[in-house]
Design a protein around this ligand. Sequence first.
Ligand code: DQA
Length: 143
Amino acid sequence: MNILVLNGPNLNLLGKREPSIYGTETLSDIEERINRHCENKGISISFYQSNHEGDIIDRIQEADGKFDGIILNAGAYTHYSYAIRDAISSISVPVIEVHLSNIDAREQFRSTSVIAPVCKGRITGLGSLGYLLAIDYFCYSQI
Ligand code: DQA
């Protein structure tokens, strides 16, 4: 099974970015945790992070036919990028929306996700565990 983990803007700053909200793990720490979680599960995992909307859209489009699932933390684009939403609904690969923080318990603007209606599901507020749970969902859904 091929899974793509896609992280959006400012997630490259994890570890030093608002640690009281996002924790102290860096993006590399999280990717390492995901790799360890995938060991011996027959999963091939790819990672990509970009601060640019168009890059994220390119990756989503290119994933069609190549990946069995996408785990997407679109960062702030979650709240207003109709272009990312349209990219997700243009492909047949299931996408799980993940957020480290609980977006429903923060500023009002964060409780709107324009991508949620076109995603398979959403995991929010469980920190980096959210990525691992999304992987478990893809494993479970293959059985
Ligand atoms: C985030 C939540 C977003 O509101 C924010 O803009 C981010 C990170 C999260 O993982 O909690 O960049 O997606």
